[in-house]
Design a protein around this ligand. Structure first.
Ligand code: FE2
Length: 384
């Protein structure tokens, strides 16, 4: 068995109704919280519930809700100023991946001078961040279980992750009841991203036996249960499995990272504000066609985890069947857009490819097969 280190310090509070414990959890880490929340937390009553829970626990708070689907570093820095001005000693992120990543960035920037990009690119080292509590209200990024937060630089359009142990949440509350009113598009997109995280971390060159276990379990749970919640958003038993899969996949990428599709999506998100999961989904069939033969045993296991009966197939047949299984799965939840539909055109290819090869080089090289410039262009072309 390969050598590996596994360390995940996030205290996870998992289960239906756990959101009610936010006040009790939060008071263990601070007195005044900055609540960093998605817009959706207002009509759903989640923000009001959080405010009541904190008040009941004897805490005070300020609210920050200024951001977009691809969090901008400038808005992170504005949130950090607010945290300092309000003397917050804790940051609580409630929402989808953007809100959680924004909360991580704010907690980090509140205690560290200068631009966040100095830390993203390793020019400066940080020693402190405010404690972070995260509450996902979509099942997607798994940010609640890891030390990554992704931001866009509005000047350069670079979209890149801060990966730093200081932004592990001290605690996260994973409550499947918070998902019971999600619109279909916010089920399918983040849900597909769970599959992408699980699959890419599984095939990553940095995968190890523990992360592979997390990844494969996440694929199995997601493949079975995402169609159920897509058909019936009130299916709590299925949501329990989908939210668990999301957290497992978030832990798996903390170990092993993602691969080529995430590397390709970041430039599209940074340049054209393409929605994360949609940009990834668009390149998935071409990415899988290109990659499967470099890791046939792994792709065969993915096919089996997706529910394909591979017993009468040899390894190559089983591996190749994963391409159709994943493509059909994405179609079934209406998550297989073309790049053209997302606004990506051939004229953007040079910028995207250059950005992948510079800003996202490490992620691209996690892929079991590493594409050259022409191959990247072919993959994009086939995904138009
Ligand atoms: Fe993702």
């Amino acid at each position: 068995m390969a050598d590996f280190i596994f360390n995940n310090p996030v205290k996870l509070h998992v289960g239906p109704g756990k959101f009610d414990q936010l006040g009790n959890v939060a008071q263990q880490y601070g007195k005044k919280a900055l609540l960093v929340v998605s817009d959706s937390t207002k009509p759903t009553g989640q923000l009001a519930r959080a405010q009541e829970a904190l008040t009941a626990a004897g805490m005070t708070y300020a609210v920050y809700d200024e951001f977009m689907q691809n969090p901008l570093s400038t808005l992170v820095e504005a949130g950090a100023s607010l945290a300092r001005q309000e003397n917050c000693d804790l940051v609580i992120g409630i929402g989808g991946g953007s809100a959680m990543d924004m909360a991580k960035g704010i907690a980090f920037c509140a205690l560290n001078e200068g631009s966040i990009w100095d830390y993203v690119f390793g020019k400066k080292q940080a020693q402190h961040a405010l404690p972070i509590i995260l509450v996902p209200t979509t099942a997607g990024t798994g940010s609640e279980a890891n030390r990554t937060a992704v931001f866009t630089n509005p000047e350069t359009h670079d979209k890149k992750g801060l990966v730093n142990p200081l932004i592990y949440p001290v605690a996260s509350i994973v409550d499947p009841e918070l998902m019971l009113t999600l619109p279909k598009r916010v089920i399918a997109g983040p849900g597909a991203d769970v599959l992408f995280h699980a699959l890419e971390s599984y095939i990553s060159r940095n995968a190890h036996p523990f992360s592979e276990m997390l990844s494969l379990r996440a694929i199995t749970l997601l493949a079975k249960n995402l169609p159920r919640v897509y058909a019936d958003v009130t299916d709590l038993a299925a949501w329990e499995q989908v939210t668990f899969a999301s957290t497992l996949a978030g832990m798996a990428i903390d170990c092993a990272g993602t691969t080529l599709p995430h590397a390709l999506q970041h430039p599209m998100g940074g340049l054209l504000d393409v929605v994360h999961a949609e940009g990834i989904a668009a390149v998935y069939p071409a990415f899988m066609e290109y990659t499967w033969s470099a890791a046939p045993e792994k792709f065969a296991a993915i096919a089996a985890a997706m529910g394909v009966d591979t017993r009468d197939m040899n390894t190559e047949e089983a591996a190749y069947s994963s391409v159709k299984a994943v493509t059909d799965f994405l179609k079934s939840v209406n998550m297989l857009p073309s790049l053209t539909e997302l606004g990506v055109k051939e004229e953007h290819f040079d910028w995207i490819i250059n950005n992948v090869q510079t800003t996202m080089k490490v992620v691209m090289e996690n892929n079991p097969r590493v594409p050259d410039t022409q191959t990247l262009r072919d993959i994009l072309q086939r995904s138009l």
